[in-house]
Design a protein around this ligand. Structure first.
Ligand SMILES: CCCCCCCCCCCCCC(=O)SCCNC(=O)CCNC(=O)[C@H](O)C(C)(C)COP(=O)(O)OP(=O)(O)OC[C@H]1O[C@@H](n2cnc3c(N)ncnc32)[C@H](O)[C@@H]1OP(=O)(O)O
Length: 178
């Protein structure tokens, strides 16, 4: 379903449908919204974004990373920004890169069975354009850990070109903190 949704969003973003198709599609989507409203559950019960076995953790709203290496202190992977992450002129939206980085930071922060942490800061430098619809490389590693603070470094590259880099602070949650 999520793979179909991604494909669908790509077609929406990259298409210019006829008026009658737009109207019909809107009606179909409204019908599905009504059906899905009847299947609504609490956050703890939802499936969306809670399937680590699926590409993109089973959600369509962030660029789907495929991890190629994970150890306790670093990770590597590949990602392709679909058409619906377009900013302009074939380049990924900066917010999509931030979304990608926060997600990867979350993954990296919890490697090695480390306890729950939340992003304190995410400082991004955009060094070069990140094209959509081509495979880009991501990498992340621990810079240091100081008490509750985990300082991480992330990179997004296109071939030999560094597109964006970030330093991220993840703070271990205190007992009872949500
Ligand atoms: C099972 C595993 C599954 C893995 C799958 C995972 C995928 C998940 C992917 C999803 C992932 C998505 C992830 C998301 O999107 S998380 C969502 C985005 N983030 C938030 O909503 C966080 C909001 N902020 C907070 O909740 C609190 O501020 C936190 C919890 C971060 C800290 O408040 P807390 O009251 O607890 O702690 P503290 O204030 O005593 O600070 C403690 C230390 O930290 C230092 N500090 C704090 N902030 C900053 C700052 N901005 N710059 C520099 N330093 C900062 C501070 O100086 C102190 O240092 P020191 O004085 O001790 O030296």
């Amino acid at each position: 379903m999520i793979a179909s949704l991604r494909a669908f969003l790509n077609r929406i973003a990259g298409g210019r449908p006829e008026e009658h198709d737009i109207t019909a599609l809107g009606a179909d989507l409204d019908r599905w919204s009504t059906t899905l409203a009847e299947a609504a559950v609490e956050e703890t019960e939802q499936v969306y974004g809670r399937r680590p076995d699926l590409l993109g953790r089973g959600q369509a709203t962030w660029p789907a990373v495929r991890f190629t290496h994970l150890d306790d202190n670093s990770l590597e992977g590949v990602v392709t920004f679909d058409r619906y992450f377009l900013g302009r002129h074939g380049v990924a939206h900066g917010g999509a890169i931030a979304f990608l980085f926060d997600e990867i930071a979350g993954r990296l922060a919890h490697l090695g069975g480390r306890p729950m942490a939340r992003t304190g800061y995410l400082r991004i430098d955009f060094r070069a354009i990140a094209p959509i619809e081509v495979e880009l490389r991501i990498s992340g590693r621990y810079l240091r850990e100081e008490g509750r603070k985990r300082i991480l470094r992330l990179e997004l590259a296109h071939g030999d070109t560094l597109c964006a880099e970030a330093e991220v602070l993840m703070v271990t949650l205190k007992p009872g903190q949500r």
